[in-house]
Each structure stands twice: as structure tokens, then as C-alpha cells.
Design a protein around this ligand. Sequence first.
Ligand code: ZN
Length: 439
Amino acid sequence: MPTQHGRALCEFIDASPTAFHAVDSAEAMLKAWGGQRLSEKEVWDLQPQQLYYLVRDDASLIAFRLGTAPLATAGFLLAGAHTDAPGLRARIDKAVAAKGLERVAVEVYGGPINATWLDRPLSLAGRVLLQAAAGRVVSRLVNFSRPLAIIPNLAIHLNRDLNKGFEYPMHTAMLPLVAANGAAPAGEGVQGSWLLSALARELAVDPAAILSAELTFYEAAPSVIFGEHDELLAASRIDNLEGCHAILSAFCACRATAHTQVAVLFDNEEIGSTSTRGANSALLRDVLERIVLAQASTAQDFYRAAASSLLLSVDGAQAFHPGYADKFDPDYAPVLNKGPAIKLNANIRYATEAKGEAYIRSLCTRHQLPCQRFVMRADLSPGSTIGPMTSANTGIRTIDIGLPMLAMHSVRETAGTVDHDSLIALLQAAYMEGPAVAD
Ligand code: ZN
């Protein structure tokens, strides 16, 4: 079975334990394809067919390849995904120690399946803000890249009902254990935090130079491909690094077209997208407006371009799970390795409407690509994506599509490698064909 891009996806995921690292990985891909970084603080002088990208706050990225035709008539073809994933955010300067056991205080980011984080080696990564010379503050990525913590379960003997369902006390029981140094040191409870010291050692800086940090625990074990024909992939953060990697792979390999191609990677989707760098911000609209203004001849050009554009919002879809068949509508449950799913919801939790669905189905038919449909049971409500907010903020017609996956928001999710190839082919076809939809 072909898995042309499966290994590359594993490498991308393993190199991207946080949104900051995902943007770093994306930047490496874009640079390898001749991408030129823009600053939001500078004036943009844009050349047709050139690949540009910009990064906001280290965690969101927009890349575009300027088309050969005026944007007012040719429009944008965009594809977007999110860089963040649910997890446990470390508090760097809080000391938590008892009887010589040191743990790291955490906050929950988004909606992880809590139980999956227990009893497996965890590592830690993120960004750190450091005091530099002459009053400057510098941002540095950090990735410990080795097991350094574990969240131990309570023995079954101490809670015989554990297997009947259990709500983990997040503030007290979900703290990763990082050290067991025998007897408690004198003055325990008031000494400095283990993490602050470990971070200073890792970065080879004075602890006093660490001004702030956003660090997230992640599963230390790497992604794996398995199955009789290497058709399955189990990894952390498939939601939604799979989408990011598919978009970047398709976008980078395309050549310039009349319309302008855009790849959008937003942070903060898992916590509602409302931030300076999330989908519910002015980021995308501002960037598109600036691209149009760089070549505009009239003030109406941006609005004309938006009206001629199309956005594919790429995020995971709930794959049919044979152990829980009653949770699915059997006629609208996507199956692993049968292709990307068009995501539909009457209450616009997904942005797809009829013209968008028609666009994708026509594209897939003409390019002989597999395609499924995902609709939740009428008595269940789906999650959402960057799609509805992005379409509301920009006025651009948006279609939600995504790969079927199992165990979404588990520390280890499962997807099909064949699907990843199919999604890249679909995105490539859309990037090349452009945004023309039925009027
Ligand atoms: Zn997602």
C-alpha cells in the first residue's frame, strides 16, 4: 500500500511537540522551497510567483505564493489548519515537593482525554523568554527531547472502582513526577522549583535570566507506523499536525497559478481561537488585505478578491470505531483509509455549505480521488474547527474537510497513512485549480 508521505508526517510530528515547534518545522519546509520571510512591521514589496511567509508570535504562520493574475479577479485559494493540541502546560516557578518527591504544577490546555496521559514517559518543550544584554528580551525554543516525567496512576488496590470510570483530580493528581530524591531536603516546600533549575541547566543560563515560559508536556515516545501494509499511524497531535503537514506538503510542491495560493496555520484552536494569533482574530483578514493592497488598483479590490476566494479548513474527523458503532450514523461515518471526509453540520459547527460540498465532490471525481462525508448522529453535537470563524471573519466561502482518526484528543491518536497521501493529492488539486465555485 502506498505511504508516500507517512514517514515524513511522523518526522514532522516528532519534531513539533508544541505549536512553536510546529511553526519552526513549517518554516524549515518553506525555506527549503525558497520561501522568503516577511515582517509584519515592514512595508511589503511583493513579486508574482514568489513564495512568502510570516509568523505571528512564534505559533501561527501564513504562507502564500503570489499568483500571476490580479487578485481582484483571480482571488485566493487557501487551506488552513491548527498548530496546537490539548495537553498539560507546566508552571515553571511553582515548587511542589512532598517526602522528597518532586512534581511540576500544571494547567490543562484544551480538552485532552486525561487518562491517556498517565503512566507513560513524558518530555517537555515550548518557548522561553530570556533577559539578554542591554535590556533586550529574547525568545528561545526549548525541547528536552528525552523522558523526564511521568504521571503515575493510583494502584487499583487503593481504588477498586477505578475501572468503572474515574474523574482525575486535575489540580492534585495530574502533576508529572520528575524526581524522587529520598528524604525530603531541609526547608522542603520553600526551595526553588525543580523546573526552573532544569530549564536553566538545559539552556545554559542563569535561572534569574528566565523571565517567562510557555512549556507543555508531551509523550516522549515517537510516532509509529504499523499494520500489515504500513497503513496505520499512531502518534500524538495527529489533530491537527496531520492537517498542517498535508497543507504544507501540497502547498510547497505546487507551482504558481493565476490565483494566489495561501497556507494558514493558526494557534489556539483548542481553546476557542480567540487570541491575537487564533482563527478568531484579524490575522488572516489583515494579511490578505495587505497582499491585495500591495498590488491593488482600486479600494474595492480586497472585497472583490475575498468574494472570488475559497478556503479549505482541514482538521480531523471522527472515524468509525467498531467498538462503539452506536455512536455513529453508519451512512455518514468516515472509515480509516477511505479518503478525506467533507464535514457537514446543519448548525454550522463546520463551515461547509452546498456550494462548498459540490466543489470538493466535483474536484475529487475529476481527479479520481477518494472522498467521504461526515455527519454526526442527530442526537450528538460535533466539535468545531477554524472553519466557521475564519469564514465569518473574512467572508470567504469555507469548506471543512479532514482525515478520519480514532481517539481524537488522546495523547496518542490513530489515523491511516493512505488517507494522508489522499489528502495531500486533494489539496494539490485544489491549489492548482483555484477557487472557482458555482455562482
Ligand atoms: Zn483539531
